[in-house]
Design a protein around this ligand. Structure first.
Ligand code: ATP
Length: 258
């Protein structure tokens, strides 16, 4: 494996009575594109949270980009980690345009009280061009489609100049064309900017093409990891979701995987 950038050992995380991670160990090498899948409540978001320096460990160790996660250092870790969440409901009256929202990504580097300079606006405009959103740079952020909103979220994340690219179901609630476009964009950005990417999704159709490795999660544990072709078999998926894949296909009237 290439240089390790994430090393999680036996991480246990709980939210009061709910144990979200029950002893998760995972190593990720620089430049890897890792897809994380599993049923609702499996602990996927919580796993991203601890990589992002936000989670509270009950036990275990999390090492990211040369630093162990401790209660005090989440903030410095987050500067190097970009995070894109699901499409959000944004109030159409929100008084910010697309360009200003992307600038928010720079504030971790600049400090909240600093005024962005020419260079910062240049980075913002480059990121908007990269995600194909230059033409909507002055539009209010609340006036975008879900797919456009996700492009802006990706641009904001890149404006931060992260080394790790975490995406938590970024294609949820998008139509299939927008889902495919966003996944292709993420993959292209991953390759061209030499990022290390963790991509959580329920979209089993698009994901395998992009991934070097798949991590399957269930009930707060890593249930399997390996190449998409090894892991994403009907048998494994049926056991992961507690339902035969043939039944899912029948109910949805569509193909899952090939
Ligand atoms: P989904 O696919 O539904 O997004 P997930 O695999 O991302 O699920 P998590 O969101 O990590 O799963 O949740 C794992 C467990 O932790 C669940 O049982 C959930 O109810 C619980 N949990 C997550 N966040 C919180 C929170 N802030 N407070 C209390 N419990 C939480």
């Amino acid at each position: 494996m290439s240089e390790t950038v994430i090393d999680i050992e036996n991480a246990v995380v709980s939210y009061r009575e709910d144990v979200a991670l029950r002893g998760v160990s995972l190593k990720v090498g620089s430049g890897e594109f890792v897809g994380i899948i599993g049923p609702n409540g499996a602990g996927k978001t919580t796993l991203l949270t601890i990589v992002n320096g936000l989670g509270k460990l009950l036990s275990g160790r999390v090492w990211v980009l040369g630093h162990y996660l401790t209660p005090g250092n989440g903030h410095s870790l987050r500067k190097k980690v970009g995070y894109v969440a699901q499409v959000q409901n944004i109030d159409p009256r929100m008084p910010m345009n697309v360009r200003e929202v992307v600038m928010i990504g720079r504030y971790g580097l600049l400090g909240l009280l600093a005024r962005p300079g020419k260079h910062d606006w240049k980075v913002v405009d480059e990121m908007l061009a990269l995600v194909g959103m230059s033409h909507l740079a002055r539009r209010p952020i609340g006036h975008l489609s879900g797919g456009e909103q996700q492009r802006v979220a990706i641009a904001r994340c890149l404006a931060q100049e992260p080394r790790l690219f975490l995406l938590d179901e970024p294609t949820a609630s998008l139509d299939w064309k927008a889902q495919t476009d966003i996944l292709e964009l993420v993959k292209q950005i991953h390759d061209s900017r030499h990022l290390t990417t963790l991509f959580v999704t329920h979209d089993l159709n698009c994901l395998p093409v992009a991934c070097d490795r798949i991590v399957l999660m269930k009930e707060g544990l890593i249930w399997g990891e390996g190449s998409p072709s090894e892991l994403l078999t009907d048998n494994n998926l049926g056991r992961l979701y507690d339902m035969p894949v043939s039944e899912v296909k029948k109910r949805r009237g569509e193909n899952i995987l090939v």
